[in-house]
Structures are given as C-alpha cells and as structure tokens.
Write a protein that binds this ligand. Structure first.
Ligand code: DLL
Length: 434
C-alpha cells in the first residue's frame, strides 16, 4: 500500500486535551481582537454586557451571539476588518448572486495558515510533490481556485490552473500534461468525465479533490467509474477562509477539521440551542487564527455532525460527516421536508438517466408543485415514446414511494441542463415566492 504522509503530525494528531487547550487560548485571543478592533462585535458584546474576559472556558463561547450572513452583508465592504488595509494582502468575496457580496481580507499570516491548511487536506487525499494537479475551480473572487492553488504549490505539486469552463481545452491538458490529480466541483468533474469517455481520452488521473458543493455516494460512484480515480471531498466557506476548513482522508470516513484554525459547534437551527456535536445539526464556526477578518460563531446553515473517534489514517482531528444539505436548502414541499441530495440519490440509481437534474418548486393556489427535470444519459431513448413513458413513470414512482411526494417528471435531452456559477451546479429553483 502507498504510504500516505501526514502533512503536520504536530497539529493533526494531538490528544483531545491538547486540542482543547490550544483552542481555548486561540479563542480568547480571537475574541479580544474582535472586540477591540471590530465595532460590529464590540456593539454586540456591549449590548449584552459581555466582555472578552468573560470567555474563560470553551463552553463560554455560548455566551457570544451568533453571526449570520445578513450581519456580514450589512458591514459591506470592509467594516468587519480587524486590520488596516496596508496589512491586507488579498481580498475574496462570497459568491452570492443577488445583492452585495460579503468581502473578506487576508493578512500575510492568514495566507500562510491557509496554504498550510490546504497542504494538509491535499496530503490527506494522497497528493504529493510528484503530482500534477489541474484545478478546474474558478479563479477569481471565488476562494476555490486561488485557495487550492497556493496550498498545492506550497507542497511542490505542479499546478495547472486551468480554471472552470472550456472543457475541450481541459481534456487536452489532462491528456497532454499527464495530469494525475483533478481539483474541482464534483458536478464539473463528472461533466468532464462524460466528455472524456466519449472521446476515449487517455489519461493518468488517479485522485479527485472535490468541494464547493456536496455530492452523493451515487454521484461519487459515477465519477469513479468514468475516470477510474479515488475521490475525496473538502469543505470550506468564504466566510471563515474558503477551502481548507476540513478534508477527507483515504479512509473515506468523514472530513478532518483543521482544528487549530476553526472551532466548530453543532446547533439546532430552529431553537438555536447548542447540541451534542455528535448529533446532526447546523454547523457553527469560529475562526481561531484569522487576523484580517475574525469571525465569531458564524451560522453556516450546513447540516452535518462531528465524529471524535481517532481515524485509521493516524490523525486524531475530529471529522465532520458529509454535508446533508443546507438548512436553507431544505425544501418543505406540501409539508414534506426534502433535501435536494435525497432527490439526487434516488435519481442516480436509475439506469438511462444522467447525473444532471433540476428541481423546480412552484405554487398553484395554495398547493405546492414539484417538478424534477432529469437529463437523459444518451439520446437513444428519445426514439421510443414507450420507453420514455416507462422511464418517467419509474422515476415518479420512486420519488413517490421514497419521499411521499407526487412530482411532475420531465425528461430533458442529453446535455441540455448544464448551468454553473463558479463551476458549482445550480439545481434548485424554488419559485414559490415569485
Ligand atoms: O465553496 C469554498 C470551497 C471551495 C470549499 C472549494 C471547498 C472547495 P463558498 O463559495 O463560500 O466557498 O461556498 C460555501 O458551499 O457553506 C456549503 O454550503 C457549500 N460547500 C462547500 N464545500 C462543500 C462540501 C466554497 N464538501 C458553501 N459539501 C458552504 C457540501 C459544500 N457543501
């Protein structure tokens, strides 16, 4: 078996006690800086009579109010910065499509930590300096492209920063450069895999590092089959850094947190109470080293749970489970709670249909209507009306028996449903409030 390196054993293999001590010290530092340098936090603290010195244990974090996306937006562009602009070396912005984005600044030290965090997750995926990695995440204000690039380069990996789009060129590089690692959103890598198969592309890819969006086990199987690679997944968000918050090792049993950089909590999205982190709930993150924009108790809306058991890979850092969905992605259709990932799981098990779909929810009078547009895997079925009917009925039945919802199923021609923003697939269209 290939020997996989742990990038920084001194940080990835601590005892729980050592992690907690380090986290407390860093939390105190972060809280004090946020209070002293960011009026938004000072006002929030003052409103409830909270002072930085009231944070004496990790549990004391519960005294601090949550921070939401709206809070961040209200402080556009730089009001959350804890350092003057001459200490900021990079700006990134969240990828919201409407209204003002949220802007984040990184100091030189923040960039160093970020590079380190990415190097760790890449090593988890089995990437080494011998690899050639093609990054098909968008490069720009999105943190995906630049975030992964700097950490891979830091390891000595040969980086091909091809960014997203222009699929034919992507395939040419993969083949001609002997690329061994592909880094991008799972939906885009799947799309490239379909094109590669059509062209019988010869390649040396062996590892996929995915992130920026979730993917189901079924989708992973399809990608592995198409490319013949081992898939790993990474999690992160612009609000606390970008990619590098957590990453999956080759044991494939959750994503290891960079615990020295981020403090995690799990809360109930409705009652806002802190839960046992091993139970499923909304992830709340606090930065522990961030100088540019420290963030306290940010509600990510991502639904996950934490596993503290040491991993077979040798790391002891806690792992988060695959993100089940976002609490604000959860659709309530005719009273039934549905995560898009549940629909994806159902669809990907059905032969003849491709991995691309759209979920459209509308309202007629008081009644919710669910439509699922599903792309056919190939055009051969288009010639037989009977087969199309049978396939539609099959999908409808599967949705009905699993989700107890009657959906209108529309089959779409192959390759008619692709839409990406920063390489992330846009799949859910909830039109009920329009
Ligand atoms: O997507 C950062 C990133 C880039 C992570 C590349 C990993 C790789 P944002 O654009 O701010 O940042 O989007 C963050 O994307 O709150 C999740 O809802 C979702 N997300 C990111 N990674 C995963 C994942 C980047 N592995 C938002 N599984 C997060 C599920 C993910 N959802």
């Amino acid at each position: 078996m290939q020997r996989i390196m742990i990038w920084n054993p001194g940080r990835e293999c601590l005892s729980r006690k050592e992690y907690d001590a380090m986290k407390l010290e860093r939390l105190k530092w972060t809280v004090r800086r946020a209070y002293e340098n960011v009026p938004f936090y000072r006002e929030k603290f003052d409103a409830i009579g909270l002072k930085p010195e009231h944070i004496q244990t990790l549990k004391d974090i519960e005294k601090i109010p949550y921070t939401t996306k709206l809070d961040l937006r209200d402080n556009y562009p730089f009001r959350l910065f804890a350092e003057p602009m001459n200490k900021i070396v990079r700006l990134h912005a969240s990828s919201g499509t409407t209204g003002k984005p949220v802007v984040f600044g990184y100091t030189k030290h923040d960039m160093k930590v970020w590079r380190e965090n990415i190097s760790r997750i890449a090593a988890m995926a089995g990437v080494t300096a011998d690899d050639i990695a093609q990054i098909v995440f968008g490069f720009g204000m999105f943190t995906g492209g630049f975030g992964l690039y700097q950490g891979l380069e830091n390891m000595g990996v040969t980086v091909v920063p091809s960014s997203s789009g222009n699929s034919e060129r992507q395939l040419m590089f993969i083949e001609d450069f002997g690329v061994t690692v592909i880094v991008g959103t799972p939906s885009y890598v799947l799309h490239l895999g379909e094109l590669a198969e059509e062209r019988a592309l010869k390649h040396r890819l062996r590892v996929g590092m995915f992130g920026g969006e979730g993917h189901t086990a079924e989708m992973r199987k399809q990608i592995e089959k198409l490319w013949g690679i081992e898939c790993t997944e990474n999690y992160g968000l612009t609000e606390v850094q970008g990619p590098g918050v957590s990453g999956e090792c080759l044991e494939h049993d959750g994503m290891h947190f960079n615990e020295d950089s981020f403090l995690y909590e799990i809360i109930d999205s409705d009652t806002l109470e802190v839960k046992n982190p091993e139970e499923e709930g909304e992830l709340v993150l606090t930065t522990l080293t961030k100088e540019g924009v420290p963030v306290l108790r940010y509600r990510t809306k991502d639904i996950t749970s934490i596993n503290f058991a040491p991993c077979r890979c040798g790391r002891t850092s806690a792992r988060m489970s695959k993100v089940k969905g976002r609490s604000d992605d959860m659709l309530i259709i005719k009273g039934v709670n549905v995560f898009p990932s549940q629909i994806e799981s159902l669809l990907l098990g059905i032969p003849h249909i491709g991995p691309h779909y759209e979920i459209i929810v509308t309202r007629k009078g008081y009644m919710d209507q669910l439509e699922i547009k599903v792309e056919l895997a190939d055009s051969s079925l288009l010639e037989s009306y009977g087969e199309l009917e049978a396939l539609t009925a099959k999908i409808r039945e599967k949705v009905k028996s699993n989700l107890l919802l009657d959906a209108k199923i529309t089959l779409a021609e192959p390759k008619s449903l692709e839409r990406y923003v920063n390489g992330k697939a846009q799949r859910v269209h909830d039109l009920r409030n329009q």
